[in-house]
Ligand binder design. Sequence first.
Ligand SMILES: CC(C)(COP(=O)(O)OP(=O)(O)OC[C@H]1O[C@@H](n2cnc3c(N)ncnc32)[C@H](O)[C@@H]1OP(=O)(O)O)[C@@H](O)C(=O)NCCC(=O)NCCS
Length: 169
Amino acid sequence: MLASQFRGRIAALFGRRPSVEVRPLEPSSAELCYGLHRQCFAHAWSPTEFETLTASSANLADGAYIEGTNELVGFVVSRIVAGEAEILTIAVEPRLRGQGLGRQLLQAHMAALVSKKVGAVFLEVEDTNAAALALYARIGFEQIGRREGYYRQGRDRPAAALTMRKLLS
Ligand SMILES: CC(C)(COP(=O)(O)OP(=O)(O)OC[C@H]1O[C@@H](n2cnc3c(N)ncnc32)[C@H](O)[C@@H]1OP(=O)(O)O)[C@@H](O)C(=O)NCCC(=O)NCCS
């Protein structure tokens, strides 16, 4: 095991933030994405869905890996259409949340979108998702709409979605 891998594992073991690098997700990471996604969302996307998402040239998919390893601890996927992007999903492994990893991941992803000449980024977020709302505000997203009853699957009561946008140019 490399020294960086060892340090990363030890940091994670003690709840400290390990060094993380952001790099493009490969279709071969589909199983890892699925494993992480099901820890983060009630309705998990399948490995096949992740394989399709990461293989599509219309999508930009980045993973956060513990430095020097293939240990996936976060990912973000967006779809680019006509110079605009929509964030389809973003997640960070539960035990590593609240340590700036989501911000690192999303900042790197936004930089990659800028390099692809994307002019605006959109997303939908549940209005009660405090962590996601704080992250998006930090990155500079602004609320531009609200859709009542947007989230319904697996809920007793539907929840509202906020539509957010960040202009990049
Ligand atoms: C949303 C998510 C990706 C954030 O990742 P993270 O690594 O915890 O985020 P960070 O540590 O970089 O925090 C970013 C900001 O949010 C704030 N924050 C983090 N968790 C918070 C919480 N539970 N409540 C309020 N603010 C919170 C941080 O303080 C930070 O703000 P700051 O930069 O002003 O200090 C993560 O919570 C997650 O995976 N959630 C489950 C999946 C999900 O809901 N995805 C979004 C769907 S729209």
